[in-house]
Design a protein around this ligand. Structure first.
Ligand code: ADP
Ligand code: MG
Length: 508
């Protein structure tokens, strides 16, 4: 071998070693980065853990807070608001009634024609409109003008198509799903906004007056018969169809629950007399808090940067407005700690850019190479092509965040059942899951886009309910999804209060 040949061979070996060295170094670095990302995931998993023991602590805390909120004004983060609904529909209501449902994301306009016998709804028309973003932070006049004109168009359409008697003033149930201090069945004062609304001039004002003025401004002759919130509407529709319905839960943009309570248990209103002996209580459970809730650094940051820090803590872990943003925050953190998502995408820094329906789309992507995940990362978060293992990681984040939310919602539901003695322990025995305890059929009406449209969320919630209650008890607890319950239910309550003659509430 000549000298030149040897030199070339040695040179090539050196280059090969150098290349191998660089590749090896890169691989080590990339493995280290991957490990740090997996570390972020592990930390998330641990801090979101909801073993059944912890869920039972949440159940107990919920029941305790319910007692405290009923005992005195300001006695708990749970406001436990009186609704003045002291009887629930029975199925015998009759006539045509309207409802407006102002939720958080959408405005629904509803008309129902009730048959008057065996819970028959002869016709139901529902129109749904997204609430324009700018109206959520504008003035009350702007908001109620939008609502009134929408309702007016809806009514006018109906007048052309039906024989509705214009001799009688139309009656309207108004579902207004924000914390309200109710003064009567048809009036209440807005305590504060939630779910991203911030119209300052409305806080402290009488809500029905604002609506009634809006209707008058727009030349609509309609009478607001009842003011309720979505949970109460849902409870009413649930009870209209099934008299074993004792509570209602909303899991949509926000989350809340209401249930039928005995008047004598509402200690803060001593001497409260209702013909039925009961009253629906609006828990405003979105504001529930307990040290047993599994809180992460992402929750703390989300809360701190929200317009209502320290409020709605339960809601911020559970509801549709927030889940997407928790997922975004985890991806952001991973992206800051490594480059597995490529260079940091500025979109990741934009709060609420990732809406929860995209979380469910990614979570439920069953294509082998997770195409939907890739598409959403690219289109929503401007993160181009990432390897399959990174897409799997994103699915895992969605799973952890959603599972925690669903399980906490289940614990909240069992908390209500415990308070009203329907959790199978009911004061008869403290031994859980005893098969000889007579458990009454108990129905909880549920509504909201997160529950109805996100299958994995729903399944996790049901699974947790079974785990907490044990199967023997859980088989008597039926979660029934209602459709348009918050609106249709309000129309039915309007009917029920309009034609109220005989008290029909069955107390627990
Ligand atoms: P509102 O709370 O305004 O009354 P809905 O009950 O219809 O409205 O709930 C809408 C919310 O539910 C959305 O803001 C979203 O957070 C959530 N949602 C709707 N569809 C889905 C879905 N497919 N997957 C996950 N979340 C969803
Ligand atoms: Mg709603």
């Amino acid at each position: 071998m000549g000298r030149v040949t040897v030199a070339v061979a040695v040179g090539a070996a050196v280059v090969a070693c150098a290349v191998a060295g660089v590749l090896f170094g890169r691989r080590v670095r990339s493995r280290r980065k991957w490990r740090s990302v997996v570390g972020v995931l592990r930390e998330l998993e641990e801090s979101c853990e909801t073993p059944v023991g912890r869920l039972r602590q949440v159940v107990d805390a919920m029941a305790v807070e319910m007692h405290a909120g009923l005992a005195s004004e300001g006695g708990s983060k749970l406001k436990m608001l009186l609704t003045f609904v002291d009887h629930l529909p029975t199925g015998s209501e009759v006539g045509t009634y309207y409802a407006l449902d102002l939720g958080g994301t959408n405005l629904r306009v509803v008309r129902v024609q009730l048959g008057g016998r065996s819970s028959s709804i002869l016709s139901k028309d529902v129109e749904l409109l997204p609430i324009p973003q700018h109206l959520m932070t504008s003035t009350s006049e702007d908001l109620f003008d939008f609502i009134a004109t929408t309702l007016k168009q809806f009514v006018e359409k109906e007048e052309n198509n039906s024989e509705f008697s214009s001799l009688r003033t139309r009656e309207l149930g108004f579902t207004f799903s924000f914390p309200v201090k109710q003064l009567s069945i048809r009036s209440g004062i807005l305590i504060r906004w939630t779910k991203g609304f911030a119209i300052d001039d409305m806080v402290g004002r009488e809500v029905v007056e604002c609506l009634q003025a809006g209707l008058a401004r727009n030349g609509l002759d309609m009478q607001v018969a009842v003011l309720v919130n979505d949970t109460v509407g849902t409870l009413a529709l649930g009870h209209y169809h099934d008299a074993d319905t004792v509570a209602a839960v909303i899991i949509g943009t926000g989350t809340n629950a209401s249930y039928l309570e005995r008047s004598d248990a509402i200690i803060k209103c001593q001497g409260l007399l209702t013909t039925s002996g009961g009253m629906v209580v609006n828990m405003e459970w979105g504001n529930f808090w307990s040290s047993h809730l599994p809180r992460t650094s992402y929750d703390i940051d989300l809360d701190g940067e929200s317009p209502n820090p320290n409020d709605q803590g339960f809601e911020k872990m559970i509801s549709g407005l927030y889940l997407g943003d928790i997922v975004r925050r985890v991806i952001l953190r991973m992206s800051q700690e490594s480059d597995i998502f490529g260079p940091l995408s500025p979109s990741l820094l934009v709060p609420f850019i990732l809406h929860t329906p995209f979380v469910s789309k990614m979570h439920e992507d069953d294509s082998p190479d997770l195409q939907e995940v890739a598409r959403i990362l690219k289109e929503k978060l401007e993160i181009p092509e990432v390897p399959l293992k990174v897409r799997k990681l994103v699915v895992r984040i969605c799973d952890v965040v959603t599972r925690r939310a669903a399980r906490l919602a289940a614990a909240g539901i069992v908390g209500i059942l415990k308070k009203i003695g329907r959790d199978g322990t009911g004061g008869i025995s403290s031994i859980r899951g005893r098969s000889d305890i007579k458990m009454r059929r108990t129905v909880v009406a549920i509504e909201g886009g997160l529950y109805t449209s996100y299958t994995m969320f729903r399944e996790y919630l049901h699974e947790a309910l079974n785990e907490i209650l044990g199967e023997d008890i859980a088989q008597h607890v039926i979660l029934k999804a209602t459709e348009d319950g918050s609106g249709v239910g309000a129309a039915i309550i309007a009917a029920s209060y309009s034609s109220y003659t005989v008290d029909s509430v069955q107390l627990l």
